[in-house]
Ligand binder design. Structure first.
Ligand code: NAP
Ligand code: F7E
Length: 343
């Protein structure tokens, strides 16, 4: 039985990855941080299920605390380590740049050092991000596209990307980066734009609110399904040699298109009016404002457009996405509708 250790197991990706590895017969260990309220809603089902609960273990630890990481790595002695933990919100990283650097950059080195000291033969996956491309020099982006990070989050992820490469080159460790483009799901945190919109659509449909207030409607992202992307993580560690891979769908859409697609799921057609910070999206017919813009959600530096060229992952790993944008939006709106009950 293979043993894997996941940091960030309570997050969106951590929960899907734990499910995938348990389904493949792994013993899975997750690092959880202490919080005053329980933060395990995304993985509770795996701890309750008789088919998985005997192979799924949680350990307290924190990327800010090297001793806890060294202890858990030493106790578990994993063959595969997935470093998914991070302060992962780009907008919030502008408010908390030092903390973001400590967790999302230096935290990676704390984990790499723990692995190097205790289980140097283990394979390590580093959760790198399309945010590395930032003010991208070309579209679409692939493994040869230069990096130009645009936020404290992206700068921290850049440090971690090179830390993983450095441990590979300096110590011969199997450390590999997945440069993942945006991936979403019904388990996405509610302050990322996809889930913020699909949740609002559900609450508007149930009569619990009138509108959603957003920032930049023109930003374009390559949005895929998180379930597909954790399969890519596993494939990256199953490859013959450690390497870095771009993972994304190759399709790009604006936040405005995302709004239109999500509202269309509940039969609302949006009509745009005004521009910039004063723009609104009204419900055709009723005239009610369903989308408003508030510049407080603009970022000090924005990433305008991201689109993946995942040809290398397709060729070397045999990875292809299975869920396209319309299906992803439908899945998320339906899930939120099921969660948000009528008052
Ligand atoms: P997420 O939902 O925000 O999950 C982040 C996880 O990290 C949570 O389990 C969180 O724990 C944990 N964490 C945060 N700070 C920690 C600390 N100091 N010590 C230990 N654990 C800590 O993120 P995600 O969407 O699953 O993304 C997973 C990883 O991929 C992240 O590194 C993210 O930056 C990266 N990434 C994500 C995307 C994407 O589109 N989703 C794309 C590229 C890269 P709590 O539950 O306690 O908060
Ligand atoms: O923003 C715009 C915002 O926060 C997407 C993380 O998983 O993917 C994610 O980072 C776009 C941006 O994701 C709102 O300005 C407009 O242009 O959903 P997001 P992100 O910043 O792309 C990458 C790959 C990661 O690695 C990160 O960890 O949407 N936008 N209005 C808004 N964004 C938010 N959050 N809220 C708004 O109201």
């Amino acid at each position: 039985m293979r043993t894997a250790l996941i940091t960030g197991v309570t997050g969106q990706d951590g929960s899907y990855l734990a499910e995938l590895l348990l389904a493949k017969g792994y013993q899975v260990h997750g690092v959880v941080r202490r919080a005053s309220t329980f933060n395990r809603g995304r993985i509770d089902h795996l701890r309750a299920d008789p088919a998985t609960r005997d192979r799924f273990f949680l350990h307290y630890g924190d990327l800010g605390d090297p001793e806890s990481l060294t202890s858990v790595v030493d106790a578990v002695r994993p063959q595969e380590v997935y470093n998914l933990a991070a302060q992962s919100h780009v907008g919030i990283s502008f408010t908390m740049p030092t903390y973001t650097g400590d967790v999302t950059a230096i935290g990676t080195v704390r984990l790499l050092e723990a692995v190097r000291r205790k289980v140097p033969e283990a394979r390590l996956y580093q959760a790198s991000s399309s945010e590395l491309f930032g003010k991208a020099e070309e579209t679409p982006q692939n493994e040869r596209t230069p990096f130009h990070p645009r936020s404290p989050y992206a700068v921290a992820k850049l440090y971690s990307f090179w830390a993983a490469v450095n441990f590979r080159e300096a110590y011969g460790m199997f450390a590999a980066n997945g440069i993942l483009f945006n991936h979403e799901s019904p388990r996405r945190g509610e302050n990322f734009v996809t889930r913020k919109i699909t949740r609002a659509v559900a609450e508007i449909t149930r009569g619990q609110r009138e509108r959603v207030t957003l920032g930049n409607l023109e930003a374009r992202r390559d949005w895929g399904y998180a379930g597909d992307f954790v399969d890519a993580m596993w494939r990256i560690l199953a490859a013959e040699k450690p390497d870095d891979f771009v993972i994304g769908t190759g399709e790009t859409h604006s936040v405005r298109e995302l709004c239109e697609a999500a509202f269309a799921e509940v039969g609302i057609e949006l009509e745009w009016e005004g521009g910039g910070g004063a723009e609104v999206g009204r419900e055709r017919g009723a005239g009610t404002v369903r989308v408003a813009v508030d510049p407080k959600y603009y970022r000090p530096a924005e990433v305008d457009e991201l689109q993946a060229d995942a040809a290398k992952a397709r060729r070397v790993l045999g990875w292809t996405p299975t869920v396209a944008f319309p299906e992803l939006v439908r899945m998320m709106v339906r899930s939120d509708l099921a969660e948000v009950k009528r008052p």
